[in-house]
Design a protein. Structure first.
Length: 186
């Protein structure tokens, strides 16, 4: 009997180590991102359509929803063997893009929240700054903010690139679940 107790405790410890441990972090917002109905238009298709129907003055306006950005980030995370963030959800509120997800460090899992501010630089290119990262009790990896900002920048310009020849952005507005990008065709 005395040998059974240490053996049972050892088995319990090893079972615990084999599993992942959730350590908290910021909670996802209560309001769910609306799901797409039917076959949603991809971001690429939406931009191509906007450029094709450009106004006489050359102005183009594209509205991107939380669902479209969430779907895009989930697809990109699915392409990676070990994504920095899994199960991403994008919320577009009060001038900021907030990305929620799950991060893993060893056996520990935590919810994360990354607040991003978007702007347009002098050359008409999008610029994304990480305003805040919250990895809960996990320590954020060194250089994470720069890596995330670069990834978002690359994804956004990659999405615009194929159809944006001669397109110069003028503004990015984020409000009530929608990011509106306006610009002008040269």
């Amino acid at each position: 009997m005395k040998k059974a107790i240490p053996g049972a405790l050892a088995a319990l410890v090893f079972a615990t180590l084999a599993c992942s441990i959730f350590v908290g972090g910021p909670a996802y917002p209560d309001d769910a991102i609306p799901t797409a109905t039917g076959t949603p238009m991809t971001l690429q298709q939406q931009l191509e359509e906007a450029v094709a129907s450009v106004a006489q003055d050359g102005e183009v306006s594209v509205q991107i929803t939380e669902q479209q950005l969430t779907d895009y980030l989930q697809a990109k995370a699915g392409e990676q063997a070990n994504p920095v963030i899994s199960d991403p959800r994008v919320y577009l509120r009060s001038g900021e893009m907030k990305v929620y997800g799950k991060a893993k460090s060893g056996i520990f899992n935590a919810n994360v929240a990354i607040t991003i501010q978007a702007s347009i630089d002098a050359d008409g290119q999008p610029h994304f700054d990480i305003a805040q990262t919250d990895f809960g009790p996990l320590k954020a990896p060194q250089g994470l903010n720069a890596a995330i900002a670069a990834s978002i920048q690359e994804a956004f310009t990659g999405w615009l690139g194929p159809v944006a020849t001669g397109f110069r952005m003028q503004s990015i507005t984020i409000e009530d679940g929608v990011m509106t990008v306006t610009g002008r065709i040269k």
